[in-house]
Design a protein around this ligand. Structure first.
Ligand SMILES: O=C(O)CCC(=O)C(=O)O
Length: 432
């Protein structure tokens, strides 16, 4: 639940699971997807019917494919070619998606994810950034974080308080706690399918210099416009995710609809990623806000994709996901607009982050506008002609002082909460 995370960044909102966040409602998410292709500046995107747009766009390709198949079978009796093509499409659907720009967001059944090494920045931007998820396999090896394990945390940071989610039953019964990390470590082997715990803490790593420096760089994520945000409202950028076997996030889109990253240090994660345009099958909880000082809609599904209650959520069977496993040393980059949920099949330590760059900044700004943080009318008329960085700077300058003040207050509160030893356990409900 990165949910609280990124924005929350400042508030150790124990009552709001840090990952559970989710990004936008149907129309909103759909509009994000739409704005990927929108040439207008932020604030000019059209928040309507992106799902329909995708369907309209991909339909002609299937007509063409069908005609070719008909020609080959009827005209030339080449069943072998047709069967070979169908097999290839089933086994390597990404290949076909990659060749059809309008299909980028529409994933055929059985699709899985590309694992890439030696990827150039140019190819990352052209093929993946804000379009398709990707697992990068050759970046984390240089990160100091790869040495992190239970002994390391226990000896160095056992007394530090962290935010943890605990479930007895189903995901929607999650409760939040703040407790010393050593208590989680001591009990981390005690889990079962309906009894598990998950440290989802966004403050420990960013506020501990030695841990922070263990988070290395990634050539594809260097451009990050979040660095232009005033400190008070800038999302924390390294959430510690340490879960027992069976632990999981909620099904959500990240705050501000940013591009998310997830680095697995130890353990194994299973993922379900839902391409945009399927909100109607995901039962997105409407009109929910993150609670961050820089407001953002929260796009969360109440469905646990790894244990769906189909009596309550029957349409969920229609949702198509890209499913895959992530191993230690792999960095996942999740495009803006994709609902996602992770499931730790064994005890797993990971770090998540986010990025706002040339590929997704319009969607992020759109979320900031939608949530009513900035008076869009007050932006200069030249706004949509400005370079991306200038647009971001201009919006940041338009953030009201009251939001910055609130950001400062909430940040201090969160840090004090983390430092406080007055309560061994602080408990509250987790809002999936
Ligand atoms: O690894 C996980 O639990 C999922 C994290 C996630 O989705 C997020 O931080 O947004």
């Amino acid at each position: 639940m990165r949910a609280s995370k990124r924005h929350s960044k400042r508030q150790v909102k124990i009552d709001e699971p840090t990952h559970l966040h989710g990004p936008a409602t149907d129309t909103q998410r759909n509009s994000q997807a739409n704005s990927t292709t929108n040439s207008g500046g932020a604030g000019h995107s059209q928040p309507t019917g992106v799902a329909g747009a995708f369907q309209r766009q991909y339909y002609p390709h299937w007509v063409i494919i069908g005609l070719i198949a008909l020609l080959l079978t009827v005209g030339y009796q080449r069943w072998d070619l047709v069967i070979g093509f169908a097999r290839e499409l089933r086994e390597h659907p990404w290949k076909f998606v990659g060749r059809c720009p309008s299909l980028h967001q529409r994933i055929p059944w059985g699709a899985t994810i590309d694992r890439r090494s030696n990827l150039t920045l140019e190819e990352f931007r052209r093929v993946y950034d804000a379009q398709r998820p990707v697992l990068i396999t050759d970046v984390l090896q240089d990160w100091g974080a790869m040495r992190w394990d239970a002994d390391f945390f226990l000896s160095q940071y056992g007394k530090q308080r962290v935010v943890m989610k605990a479930v007895e039953g189903t995901l929607d019964q999650a409760e939040g706690f703040s407790l010393p990390l050593e208590r989680f470590i001591a009990h981390r082997h005690q889990s079962s399918p309906h009894h598990w715990t998950y440290v989802e803490d966004e403050l420990l790593v960013p506020h501990t210099a030695e841990l922070k420096k263990d988070i290395g760089s990634c050539p594809y994520l260097e451009e990050d416009f979040f660095k232009l945000f005033p400190q008070e409202i800038r999302p924390w950028d390294a959430m510690l995710l340490w879960g027992t076997k069976y632990s999981r996030s909620s099904l959500h889109i990240d705050p501000y609809n940013w591009t998310g990253t997830n680095a697995v240090i130890k353990g194994v994660k299973q993922w379900k990623l839902y391409p945009p345009g399927q909100d109607e099958h995901l039962y997105i909880l409407p009109d929910r806000m993150s609670g961050f000082p820089l407001k953002s809609y929260k796009y969360n599904s109440p469905v646990d994709a790894f244990d769906p209650d189909l009596n309550r959520y029957p349409n969920f069977v229609k949702a198509e996901a890209v499913e895959f496993t992530q191993y230690p040393g792999e960095l996942l980059i999740i495009p803006t607009g994709w609902f996602h949920q992770a499931y730790n099949t064994e005890e797993t330590i990971a770090v998540s982050g986010q990025v706002m760059n040339r590929a997704n900044y319009r969607m992020v700004l759109e979320e900031i506008f939608k949530a009513g943080n900035v008076n869009v009318e007050s932006l200069p008329s030249s706004f949509s002609d400005m370079a991306p960085v200038d647009q971001v700077r201009t919006v940041m300058e338009a953030i009201p002082q009251s939001i910055l003040d609130e950001g400062r207050r909430v940040t201090e509160l969160a840090l004090n909460q983390v430092k406080s030893r007055s309560h061994e356990h602080t408990r509250s409900t987790v809002d999936v």
